[in-house]
Design a protein around this ligand. Structure first.
Ligand code: SF4
Length: 359
């Protein structure tokens, strides 16, 4: 099959992609606006998360924090509560921090230039390019996982897409392709192509608007790309946690702001040691983490949850408070609250998986 060279026919490629995008793009609430704040929020949510899931979260977030000023003034706890269930909570903490920088140091205006915007907390190459191009039409190619996959197939690139060392190669190719007259539209079109046509498995090449330019399709090798570096097997950690009752209240603890699930609330507990039973680990961890002795331990549930680099199996127990003043060793805060008010606190997904049993 004759493949049109992307060096010689670059503008034809751009036109084919843009015409397709204009006709077939999916409706999304953030596509009807050029407000940089809305675009930024959507781009942050879309990192690591599917569009379908993001739509509801995006609408709730914008309703609660309609501009950068409202976001900056909100307590972090409220921001995490709206983000609850979306995962990768550092995104929410950084967005909140960045809004405060904008209000306190940048006259409340989202920076119009790439370099200043790129320096804000949580803003990486991808989100800087996406927001600056879509909101301000600045000529930066945004390169996310979808775009790397498309580019690797178009050019038959051997560089593994999950290797940080390959980032420059993919960026270079995406820069070559970018249409400098409509960079925001072009970036969105590339993302849309990756999400809906050039999908990870079984790309629909026959209806792809740029199949005439694609080396993978032209040589029937689309299933061989992108290449990936082999990942180590994901470790699994076994954890025991206790729901401690004191009268009609239970004890919850807040995780430190930095790190995994930072700022979220949970029941105290921790890893089960080798040779230890889950029940013994629950009692020991509660004593170590919050300095409280418990009795009347009863098994409640086992839940599983997968993070990017590891999985957890959590054995959950209920128990009664016996003695001890709460002294924190690890968490940043602790509260006795009623089970009914648990819904007021941002909780990890793994905790939500057994809340019904508790209620
Ligand atoms: Fe992807 Fe197939 Fe289109 Fe090539 S032709 S860009 S492999 S969908």
């Amino acid at each position: 099959m004759h493949i049109k060279s992307l060096t010689e026919h670059r503008q034809d490629f751009r036109n084919a992609l843009l015409n397709w995008f204009r006709d077939y793009q999916r409706e999304m609430p953030w596509r009807n606006t050029d407000d940089p704040y809305y675009i930024w929020v959507s781009e942050v949510m879309l990192q690591q998360t599917q569009v379908k899931k993001v739509v509801d979260y995006y609408e709730r977030f914008i309703a609660k924090f309609p501009d950068v000023q409202h976001l900056a003034a909100a307590p972090l706890q409220d921001v995490l509560k709206v983000w609850e269930g979306l995962g990768y909570y550092a995104r929410a903490r950084n967005l909140h921090k960045a809004a405060q920088v904008i209000v306190n140091e940048l006259d409340g205006e989202i920076p119009l230039d790439y370099a200043t915007f790129r320096k804000l907390p949580g803003v990486g190459d991808y989100s800087a390019a996406a927001v600056q191009s879509i909101a301000f039409n600045a000529p930066y190619a945004a390169v996310d996982g979808n775009i790397k996959r498309v580019v690797s197939r178009l050019f038959l690139m051997d560089a593994p897409i999950n290797d940080a060392k390959s980032a420059k190669l993919f960026q270079g190719r995406a820069d070559e392709l970018l249409d400098p007259t409509v960079p925001g539209l072009f970036n969105q079109a590339m993302m849309e192509l990756g999400a809906t046509v050039c999908r990870p498995k079984s790309p629909t090449c026959l209806i792809c608007p740029v199949n005439a330019f694609c080396e993978a399709f032209g040589t029937a090798r689309q299933d061989e790309f992108p290449k990936r570096r082999e990942r180590k097997p994901v470790p699994e950690h076994h954890i025991a946690v206790g729901v401690i009752y004191r009268g009609d209240e239970v004890l919850i603890t807040q995780r430190q702001f930095d790190g995994l699930l930072g700022g979220l609330w949970e029941f105290p507990g921790g890893q089960i040691a080798d040779g230890e039973t889950a029940e013994d680990a629950c009692v020991r961890q509660i004593a170590e983490v919050v300095n409280v002795s418990v009795g009347n331990i009863k098994y409640l549930a086992r839940v599983r949850h997968a993070f990017t680099h590891f999985k957890i199996v959590v054995d959950v127990f209920t128990c009664d408070y016996v003695s001890g003043e709460v002294v924190l060793n690890g968490p940043r805060d602790a509260k006795w609250i009623t089970v009914e008010s648990l819904g007021d606190y941002p909780l990890p997904r793994a905790t939500h998986k057994f809340l019904d049993k508790l209620r």
